[in-house]
Design a protein around this ligand. Structure first.
Ligand code: ADP
Ligand code: GLC
Length: 486
């Protein structure tokens, strides 16, 4: 039996992307379709989304909703792979350029509750035949932006005596909880008693994330290790109690890599290609990277690269403290990202102090991200916490050995170049246990030491490149979950 599933998300590569959520939303539906499921996606009508879809057709007129006049539901196709995408057109809520969540001052938009309630509400309507030609059996909601979808489904179930669809809620990041003042609950059109400790109420406020966790039939998160971590007081963000309560419905399914986008042998964004059996081209990628960032053209300098959102989560403040160690040992560092203004300034200052060895550029650019992942010897991901992490998986595929903190999905995907792991042919990168300067410095020293033993370095690169983190196994697990539910 073909299962019909609707994925509900706020971003999707290649239409709109601020982080890994977009990569997952862009790749998982296709992986499920390849395995026989009938999957469509629902997105808010941000300008980049409307502009990037082909043959848009109006499916339904929804009138005035959540403060927006003339809301419509459109349906189009993604030109790159033919995926069917539903998109909510509501200009007064979504027609804003730039970041989909924050205004120019990096502050969340004041009407985010309405903007994303509409997303969840339309998802639940689609499960109730809003499109007469197709309706999902599974609504698969991603992160807090889609967290109200399971709540609206539950409300419909109560009203009609049967559930319009079953729901899966995937946590990509428990740190973003979609919290709004209690008085905004009235805007949502949910039954009054949903504002309850057993419901969307969270310490006197309203939480979209909690709604997803509370009302969905199954909860997943993006790595097995993070699934365990979030059930602890230390990493549960105040929701560990609820997550422990729902432990039987919670599973960790590792994110995958879309190897049609991230493959050094075919990467359309690289000038030179290479593979595990023909590594030579990687040196040209390194030279191109050094040139692009104005670093000394030293092929023997161990080059560390970072491509990241610049937030507290990513631990780059810790990496900044290790810059003297990297420079003293003759290494180089490239950081590319955007985010927290204070972190941006701190990074810029360190780069100014070491112009030959450290380069920092602020911005968001897909091609440059590929240039850095390919050209670096080491890709650093020293995150405080990391639900899954994709850049370390891309780094593995590109033979750019990841240096990571042993948390979340990072711990699940990278094996440290310890003596034991090297002897057992298991090492694929550098892993530090304790999030402190000593732990990081020791991992950096292990990277320099291995780099000095070129044969072993190359063997480790090849091993990393041959690992399979494709979507296959994980897509099968999502399908099994859907099957269980319908
Ligand atoms: P997160 O979702 O927490 O940001 P992930 O590692 O899961 O972390 O995914 C990050 C994604 O965003 C990767 O595809 C990465 O290449 C991309 N990315 C992050 N910062 C930038 C940037 N400044 N420019 C281009 N791509 C970026
Ligand atoms: C989040 C997490 C990241 C994860 C991504 C995709 O943004 O921070 O670890 O890889 O979502 O699931």
């Amino acid at each position: 039996m073909t299962i019909r599933a609707l994925h509900v998300a706020s971003e999707l590569y290649p239409l709109l992307k601020t982080g890994g959520l977009a990569d997952v939303a862009g790749a998982l539906p296709s992986a499920l379709i390849e395995r026989g499921a009938d999957v469509r996606v629902l997105l808010p009508g941000f300008p980049a989304v409307l502009a990037g879809l082909g043959d848009l057709q109006t499916v339904a007129q929804l009138g005035s909703r959540f403060g927006a006049p003339d809301v419509t539901l459109e349906r189009g196709t993604l030109p790159t792979n033919g995926l069917t995408v539903y998109v909510i057109s509501a200009a007064s809520l979504y027609d804003r350029p730039g970041n989909p969540y924050l205004n120019d001052e990096h502050v969340p938009y004041g009407d985010n509750a309405q903007r994303f309630a509409l997303l969840g509400w339309v998802a639940a309507q689609l499960a109730q035949q809003l499109d007469p030609t197709w309706s999902p059996q599974i609504v698969h909601a991603h992160d807090w932006h889609a967290g109200l979808a399971p709540a609206y489904l539950k409300a419909a179930e109560r009203e009609h005596g049967r559930a319009p669809a079953r729901s899966v809620f995937t946590i990509h990041n428990l740190a973003y909880q979609g919290i709004f003042p209690a008085h905004q609950f009235g805007l949502l059109g949910l039954p009054h008693d949903f504002f309850n400790m057993r419901g969307v109420e969270f310490y006197g406020q309203l939480s979209f994330l909690k709604a997803g966790l509370y009302y969905s039939d199954r909860i997943t998160t993006v790595s097995p290790n993070y699934a365990r971590e979030i059930q602890t007081l230390a990493h549960g963000g105040g929701l560990d109690g609820l997550l422990r309560h729902r432990a039987h419905d919670l599973s960790g399914i590792l994110n995958g890599v879309d190897y049609t986008v991230w493959n050094p042998a075919t990467d359309a964004l690289l000038a030179t290609h290479y593979s595990a059996s023909r590594l030579a081209g990687k040196l040209a990628c390194k030279e191109a990277l050094q040139k692009r960032f104005g670093l000394a053209p030293r092929s023997d300098a161990l080059l560390f690269g970072v491509v990241s959102r610049l937030t507290e989560q990513k631990g780059l403040d810790l990496l900044l403290g290790a810059v003297p160690e990297i420079v003293k040992r003759g290494g180089q560092l490239v950081v590319f990202g955007t985010g927290d203004p204070a972190l941006e300034t701190g990074l810029k200052m360190v780069a100014q102090a070491h112009p030959e060895s450290v380069a920092v550029e602020l911005g968001f650019d897909e091609a440059l991200a590929h240039t850095i992942i390919a050209g670096s010897d080491v890709v650093a991901v020293p995150s405080r916490f990391e639900p899954c992490g994709l850049t370390q998986l891309y780094a593995l595929a590109y033979g750019s050995l990841p240096l990571v903190h042993s948390v979340g999905g990072l711990a699940d995907t990278v094996a440290d170049a310890s003596l034991e792991n090297l002897a057992d042919d298991l090492a694929t990168g550098f892993v530090f246990e304790r999030f402190d300067p000593k732990g990081l410095a020791a991992a950096i020293r292990r990277a320099f030491a291995l780099y000095g033993r070129r044969t072993e370095w190359k063997a480790t690169q090849r091993r990393a490149m041959r690992e399979d983190f494709g979507w296959g196994a994980s897509a099968e697990r999502y399908l099994a979950l859907y099957q269980e539910l319908v």
